[in-house]
Design a protein around this ligand. Structure first.
Ligand SMILES: [Fe+2]
Ligand SMILES: [Fe+2]
Length: 197
């Protein structure tokens, strides 16, 4: 018999997050949930599902690098030598934690959590709004940045234009800090650019 963890209620998920995140990360998660819900409304998607994805997206953020590496290598078949940037580990590992600790089985939610840091090619609208909610939520993110994105969203192809703005900012910032840019980031930037042309 396959044991399936019963999905926790939103109240139980919040209590789990309070125990496993620091306070700032918990507040950010609440902000991301609210922002995801608003974006879901704009794009006629399931608002409660978006709220849950936003709430849970950083569930593994406060795990140690060692814990995250263990999940990725032992439970998700990642190659150890393919793990390069520890800041990104909590996204795929978070999808595992959401499924196995919180009982979330919705593939769209799990994929949005998995890809919320780097993104991926051909993101669904749901994945895009979770990615964006993380960047513009009202609790801990910069107000001027959020207002800039909110002014782009109503434009034609506004969601892709907003994502392009995020990727441009990330790439410029990596260059300024003389940090490596992963090829996925460049490929997604190029894909978004051709989508809005
Ligand atoms: Fe994150
Ligand atoms: Fe986040």
């Amino acid at each position: 018999m396959v044991y399936t963890l019963a999905m926790k209620t939103v109240y139980e998920v919040k209590n789990w997050l309070k125990e496993h995140l620091n306070n700032e990360r918990y507040i950010h998660s609440l902000g991301c949930a609210d922002s995801a819900k608003k974006l879901a409304k704009m794009y006629n998607l399931d608002e409660e599902k978006a709220y849950l994805a936003g709430l849970v997206h950083d569930c593994a953020k406060c795990y140690s690098n060692e814990q995250l590496e263990n999940i990725l290598v032992n439970n998700m078949s990642f190659e150890k030598n393919a793990l390069i940037n520890p800041k990104t580990y909590h996204s795929p590992a978070g999808a595992y934690v959401a499924k196995h600790e919180l009982g979330i089985n919705d593939e769209e939610i799990l994929s949005a959590i998995h890809h919320h840091t780097i993104g991926k090619l051909n993101m669904t609208t749901f994945e895009k709004i979770i990615f964006l909610a993380d960047k513009i939520e009202a609790e801990t993110r910069d107000k001027i940045w959020r207002e800039k994105i909110l002014s782009i969203l109503p434009q034609e192809n506004g969601l892709d234009k907003s994502l392009l703005e995020c990727y441009s900012y990330t790439i410029k910032s990596l260059i300024d800090r003389k940090l490596k840019i992963c090829l996925d980031t460049i490929n997604i930037y190029n894909e978004l650019l051709s989508k809005i042309e």
